[in-house]
Design a protein around this ligand. Structure first.
Ligand code: ZN
Length: 272
């Protein structure tokens, strides 16, 4: 597997970090499926109980989270989990949200992006082909974790995240972004309706390649989110990309396209 991000191994845990975020001192990583205690289709570092016929135990999922938190020197009750529903909604979270989705109940509404300036509050968004995006402002010490599938991307959830950070005093020109492992343009076939949905946002034709199959396209979600981040005022050199396909690399990543509903889910984490 090749990626522009750094691959780390600690014990049996394998995770990626963005060189750009590392150099700015951002405490973050993108977990791979290597590590953790889950078995079978959830093997091994799985962060959701699953949506298929087989489910992982809550005990395993929480242990996997505990191990992730430990790598930050934090505990399960410091984590705040999004409640993903392919929305373009972001909210700002604080001390009152410690443990949401781990030691406290989940959010009771769909929220696919979290913004925080609360020290040691560990944000988690989960993906298995969709795009995990982490944002960090080193000046203001504000961070965000965003889940963007094609619906979230076309809903411009990254702009909602940047907007929330701006309301916390950030300047878009200071914000750094890391676009994590997701399904690549090598594999992500979509229909004409997705192309049409993006065309309403402007010219996204550079993100689509006509596929050999008539009426189908290959969509580059990383490039689409990069374009949207640039539009919000981030600069070219403030956007880092993992550029590794989750469908192509089953050893490292869960993939909805490859595995269907019977699969685990990765998580990306960031804190200030
Ligand atoms: Zn691929």
């Amino acid at each position: 597997m090749t990626t522009r991000f750094r691959l780390h191994r600690k014990g049996d845990a394998v995770y990626l970090t963005s060189p750009l975020l590392d150099e700015a001192g951002a405490k973050h990583f993108f977990a791979t499926r290597k590590g953790g205690v889950s078995k079978g289709v959830f093997g091994g570092w799985n962060f959701a109980s699953g949506v298929g016929k087989t489910t992982d135990t809550e005990e395993n999922v929480l242990e996997n989270y505990r191990r992730a938190a430990e790598l930050f020197g934090l505990s399960l009750s410091d984590i705040c989990r999004s409640y993903q529903a392919h929305t373009a909604k972001c909210i700002t979270v604080d001390d009152t949200h410690r443990g949401v989705g781990t030691t406290k109940p989940k959010f009771d509404f769909g929220v696919d992006g979290l913004v925080s300036k609360t020290k040691d509050l560990l944000l988690s968004v989960r993906t298995a082909d969709c795009v995990p995006i982490l944002l960090f402002d080193p000046q203001k010490q504000v961070c965000a974790a965003i889940h963007a599938g094609w619906r979230g991307t076309v809903g411009n959830i990254v702009a909602a995240g940047v907007q929330d950070m701006t309301s916390q005093g950030c300047e878009p020109g200071e914000i750094l972004a890391a676009i994590g492992p997701c399904i690549g343009a090598c594999c992500y076939q979509v229909g004409g309706e997705v192309y049409q949905a993006f065309s309403r946002l402007g010219d996204f034709s550079s993100c689509f390649t006509p596929d050999a199959e008539a009426g189908k396209y290959l969509l580059d979600l990383t490039s689409a989110n990069r374009l949207l981040l640039l539009r919000t005022g981030l600069t070219e050199d403030h956007i880092d990309e993992a550029r590794v396909c989750t469908q192509c690399h089953g050893e490292y990543f869960f993939s909805h396209r490859r595995m269907g509903a019977e699969r685990g889910t990765m998580s990306a984490f960031i804190t200030v």
